[in-house]
Design a protein around this ligand. Structure first.
Ligand code: FES
Ligand SMILES: [Fe+2]
Length: 416
């Protein structure tokens, strides 16, 4: 599809309706999604506790791209593109590792942890190693969470950090630890996965386990008396009673969205677990259970579920036009010991069953959306937030390709 046709299609989209089929099927629209959305947005890469020591690294992989997230000798964090400056081979091929130097196995070019080329055999005398380094993209830390951005000049991350600092502080996520991380590949376009995450219209039919304890699944509970009681208890429990919402078209910069939205748990639940009881020690400075949970969002495709005793981070990224990676991280307090302070199976139970159910309904949605008989239908009032996401997405699609096109470029930026 030509770019002008994509722009026209985005302009013609009916508000509060599902998207036209081409947005899920057309390969040119998928390419535009990558260029206009994923190359310009802040994306969750992982938590700093996954790379505690110099030389520790893990890979962030999305579409055709692969990024080495590495702890430097000085303790900073670099996001280096996993593309050798010789003939382009991938350098790191496992998902994670620890190495003092990064060596490409094709012809042995070797880089230090800053990405600087240090060794290359049999090159002629005029070859200057000091002029060659792995390309580097922007990386920022938000309370121990590593966010990256491929754009040469991304929207500033400062408003995200400033806007969320006081809400996140009590959890002390910089001291948290990854208890478990798992990828759930979904056979669907990435937008269907984000659309599904953004509404709870489906929670009743699809998620009995989740709906049992989460007030968000029941219309009106959040803004009612029980919601007010949760916020009134926040301070005594060591939590913030602030809420922030700077999402999508309201965000301070493209791809630099953020929100923190606390709502009540119901039926005596105080955590996100099978029976609603705690599954790990209280996090950070939190002193007690307030009976609530938080929906966190950072950037357009990273979401968090914050309970007083654990935090779950979701990230949706495309692996291809019809495959999406749903990457989930479970964080607990840094000093919590598995088997003693928490049971891993109990910790992950709720969001594992919920994600398996979501995977199924998203894949069924994808199958129907790809039918020649698919016709976009109207949204309910419970899908308002999904429309906020789509409205922002369509605005991005209305921008011509090539203009203000983000370039991957070595940027002298690293998180410290
Ligand atoms: S492609 Fe990496 S050393 Fe040749
Ligand atoms: Fe769901």
């Amino acid at each position: 599809m030509k770019d002008q046709d994509i722009i026209e299609l985005a302009r013609k989209q009916q508000p509060m309706h599902a998207l036209s089929q081409a947005f899920y099927r057309d390969p040119d629209i998928y390419e535009k999604d990558i260029e206009r959305i994923f190359m310009r947005s802040w994306l969750y890469a992982g938590h700093q506790s996954e790379i505690p020591n110099p030389g520790d690294w893990f890979l962030f992989e999305m579409a055709e791209e692969s990024v080495i997230i590495v702890r430097t000798t000085e303790g900073g964090i670099n996001a280096l593109l996993n593309v050798c400056r010789h003939r382009g081979s991938r350098i790191c091929v496992e998902q994670s590792g620890c190495s003092k130097r990064l060596t490409c196995r094709y012809h042995g070019w070797t880089y230090d942890l800053e990405g600087q080329l240090k060794a290359a055999a049999h090159m002629d005398e005029s070859f200057d190693k000091s002029e060659i380094a792995l390309k580097r993209i922007h990386a920022e830390l938000l309370d121990g969470m590593i966010f990256i951005n491929f754009a040469r000049e991304p929207a500033s991350f400062d408003p995200v950090r400033d806007g969320l600092t006081s809400c996140l502080r009590p959890y002390r996520l910089e001291n948290a630890r990854v208890a478990y991380r798992q990828s759930y590949p979904i056979k669907s376009n990435w937008k269907l996965a984000v659309e599904n995450y953004s509404e709870c219209y489906h929670c009743g039919p699809a998620h009995p386990e989740y709906s049992k304890g989460h007030g968000i699944a029941v219309p009106g509970v959040r803004s009612g008396e029980i919601g007010r009681q949760v916020l009134a208890r926040a301070e005594a429990c060591g939590l913030s009673d602030q809420m922030v919402n700077c999402m999508y078209l309201q965000s301070p910069g493209f791809g630099a969205d953020f929100s923190y939205d606390r709502y009540p748990l119901v039926r005596g639940h105080i955590s996100g677990s099978e029976d609603g009881s705690p599954v790990a020690p209280l996090m950070g400075d939190i002193r007690d259970y307030d009976g609530g949970a938080t929906d966190l969002q950072v950037g357009p495709v990273t979401f968090g579920l914050m309970y007083c005793d654990h935090v779950v981070i979701y990230r949706f990224t495309p692996l291809g036009k019809d495959t999406t990676d749903c990457d989930i991280t479970w964080l607990v307090n840094g000093d919590a010991v598995e088997g003693k302070d928490y049971d891993r199976d109990k910790l992950i139970w709720l969001w594992d069953v919920t994600t398996e159910a979501d995977k199924l309904i998203i894949e069924r949605n994808a199958a129907g959306v790809n039918s020649r008989f698919y016709q976009p239908g109207p949204f309910s009032s419970m899908e308002r937030y999904t429309w906020d996401f789509l409205e922002w997405y369509l605005e991005a699609m209305k921008q011509p390709m090539g203009e203000d096109k983000p370039a991957v470029w070595p940027a002298a930026v690293s998180a410290n």
